[in-house]
Design a protein around this ligand. Structure first.
Ligand code: G6P
Length: 373
């Protein structure tokens, strides 16, 4: 009903607007201001955490893209390998698991059958499973060794939005906790990153407040597009995949997300006059080499007639010259950027679905949680 939606047109709209809270609430009470993480609620011995030498993230859909984002951060901070695998693939191969492998199962609902079967598969082989889950008391956390809940609040819309940013936040907390117990980083560094994380809710809010109109105008303009390409690099790669997924799920548009560096290895053949290409641009500051590489990717597709939409950092003047439309987001460190970059992607997909007169919250053929194999 309208009152359940709190005055918003759709649950998705409401849930996008709850994203600042989803991140803030997931951080709440899990570290002190000295930068010391306290994850006592995760009932795994500090000693066991210290012995972890590999992480495997298992998940499906949006949760898997959150895991891909976390891989970049955790490998950088903790210096242990992190693999991310779709739960249904993981389950039917012969993965290398030991008692020192931490399997992280990410699931909004906690009921996804593929993820549940994968975690059973991991536990049977002696690995510890830590769930990141948004639903208290659901099956996945009950069957895991431990759980770190995301505090995004109930997510109703089939297309996941606020759970995604909360999952990244929770996975980052686990990474920082591992860095703490393993002594992989100095306390000051950890505190610095926690400060960056704490600044993200306001930045998300700013994207919503300042970009919604530009995004809606862009969606109106693109309403008849037959297909979209989304590209990004580094953490922008999973964000591009997630942006593409949103558009497929609710606007029913053929969309392909891929790593920008892969462009020349195939996808560029798809680019024709007027093809819309959405590009996640990494931060420009600090002479970021990836920034110039992504700018040249924009140049390459534009030279072939693409209509380019960029998601870029405020103050990034280079982008202005290359993109047809820019969705701006506040400045932040690269590893924090998925938390703001994904917002325009979600709004854009929602606007497209709305403008096409589709049911934003209940897309055809999809279920909020897939409890069958
Ligand atoms: C379904 C939903 C997706 C979701 C995926 C994983 O396919 O439609 O939005 O990302 O399941 O769900 P989970 O509850 O495990 O995060």
């Amino acid at each position: 009903s309208a009152s359940e939606k709190g005055g918003w047109d759709s649950f998705m709209d409401k849930e996008i607007h709850e994203e600042p809270h989803a991140v803030a609430d997931t951080l709440l009470g899990r570290f002190d201001l000295e930068g010391r993480l306290n994850l006592d609620e995760v009932r795994i011995d500090e000693e066991i955490f210290r012995s972890i030498d590999k992480i495997i993230v298992i998940a499906c859909g949006t949760a898997a893209y959150a895991g891909m984002v976390a891989k970049y951060a955790i490998e950088h901070w903790v210096r242990i390998p992190v693999e991310v695998e779709l739960a249904h693939e993981f389950r039917y191969r012969d993965p290398i698991l030991t008692s020192r492998t931490l399997v992280v199962a990410i699931s909004q609902s906690g009921e996804t059958m593929d993820t549940l079967m994968a975690l059973r598969h991991a536990r049977e082989q002696g690995s510890r499973v830590l769930a990141i889950c948004n639903t208290q008391g659901s099956t996945i956390p009950r069957e895991s060794d431990a759980v770190l809940y995301t505090h995004a609040g109930p997510e109703i819309a089939v297309a996941s939005t606020k759970a995604f940013v909360a999952q990244i936040t929770a996975a980052y907390l686990i990474g920082l906790y591992l860095a703490q117990v393993k002594g992989a980083m100095y306390r000051d560094e950890i505190r610095g990153i926690l400060d960056e994380l704490r600044a993200m809710p306001d930045k998300i809010q700013r994207v919503i407040d300042t970009q919604s109109q530009t995004i809606e105008a862009a969606a109106t303009k693109m309403i008849n597009a037959q297909s979209f390409l989304f590209l990004g690099r580094h953490v922008g790669y999973p964000v591009a995949m997630e942006g593409a997924l949103k558009l497929k799920e609710i606007a029913y548009t053929f969309t392909e997300g891929f790593a920008a560096g892969e462009l020349k290895h195939g996808p560029i053949a798809l680019v024709d006059e007027g093809e819309p290409v959405v590009v996640i641009v990494p931060p420009a500051r600090g002479r970021n080499i990836l920034h110039s590489k992504v700018i040249s990717a924009i140049e390459e597709v534009r030279a072939r007639g693409a209509y380019t939409i960029a998601v870029a950092e405020e103050g990034d003047d280079d982008v202005r010259d290359y993109a047809d439309v820019v969705f701006w987001r506040p400045q932040c460190p690269t590893l924090m950027s998925p938390l703001v970059d994904v917002i325009p992607m979600q709004l854009f997909a929602m606007d497209m679905a709305k403008l096409k007169g589709l049911d934003v919250d209940k897309p055809r053929n999809l279920a909020k949680s897939v409890t069958v194999e």
